[in-house]
Design a protein. Structure first.
Length: 255
């Protein structure tokens, strides 16, 4: 199959633009998340082991996949460590982020020895509406998620401290995951995105020195104004008299 030069240029242009588009999507800072948990110190560096209110939990490194709209989907597994003589409880937390890094939806599931408790899909647009700020929607979604799981656990008549506190551990993971998701606006070369070709300034930006100089005209001195507009003279008959040019100065040797 022959490829015409125009098609070749289009294909090459698509590949050149693709890296910048990929880097503009949100990404999960795994190193930042590990430091908040106290480093990835369990299971050969694949998980973090920590304690909340006297109960031990373990969070595995999240799995991140891109979405078709330019965002990311983050899923993480959380374990409640109950000791050597008891089987551990498990939970999953699933978060979806848009292409601008804002959280769109959240869902969680807790498994307690064969009993499975699943929350509804909490969406940011339906929690507070589109008027609220992204931070407000993030906080409201996390609160709704934990409240729903805690209510379902209460109906299961769960009394073990580590199980009762499992929703709080999920809230802890939810907050740190939201903080660890960053949005990048840098190009493939690592520098900031170049401005538009018109070179127009953004609204509110201060004018440059060249623009300030070009906008303000140079003021004429009084001597220049006199030479540019000589005074009008009238003779005795009322006719205007043409101004005479000033005599040239005589050199000192000829005087």
């Amino acid at each position: 199959m022959k490829i015409f030069p125009l098609k070749k240029a289009v294909i090459l242009g698509a590949f050149c633009v693709y890296p910048a588009v990929v880097l503009a999507a949100p990404h999960l800072d795994e190193e930042f998340l590990g430091k908040k948990f106290g480093e990835w110190n369990s299971k050969g560096g694949d998980a973090a082991h920590y304690t909340i209110s006297g109960s031990e939990y373990r969070t595995w490194k999240p799995h991140v996949t891109p979405t078709v709209d330019g965002g990311i989907f983050v899923s993480v597994r959380i374990d409640h460590l109950r000791g050597l003589l008891a089987s551990n409880d498990h939970a999953s937390l699933e978060l979806s982020f848009g292409k601008d890094g804002e959280i769109l939806s959240a869902r969680s599931t807790i498994a307690l020895q064969g009993r499975k408790i699943t929350s509804d899909v909490i969406k940011g647009a339906t929690s507070l509406g589109t008027v609220a700020t992204p931070a407000d929607r993030m906080m409201k979604m996390g609160t709704d998620l934990v409240a729903e799981l805690a209510a379902k656990l209460l109906r299961e008549k769960v009394s073990e401290p580590g199980r009762v506190g499992f929703p709080a551990a999920l809230q802890h993971n939810y907050n740190l995951l939201c903080l660890a998701v960053h949005h990048s606006d840098r190009t493939a070369e690592g520098g900031p995105v170049a401005p538009s070709a018109e070179g127009k300034q953004k609204p509110g930006a201060a004018p440059t020195e060249a623009e300030t100089t070009a906008e303000v005209p140079a003021e004429q001195s009084p001597a220049q104004e006199d030479r540019a507009a000589p005074p009008l003279q009238i003779d005795v008959q009322g006719k205007p008299v043409e101004p005479k040019s000033a005599p040239l100065p005589v050199p000192a040797k000829q005087r």
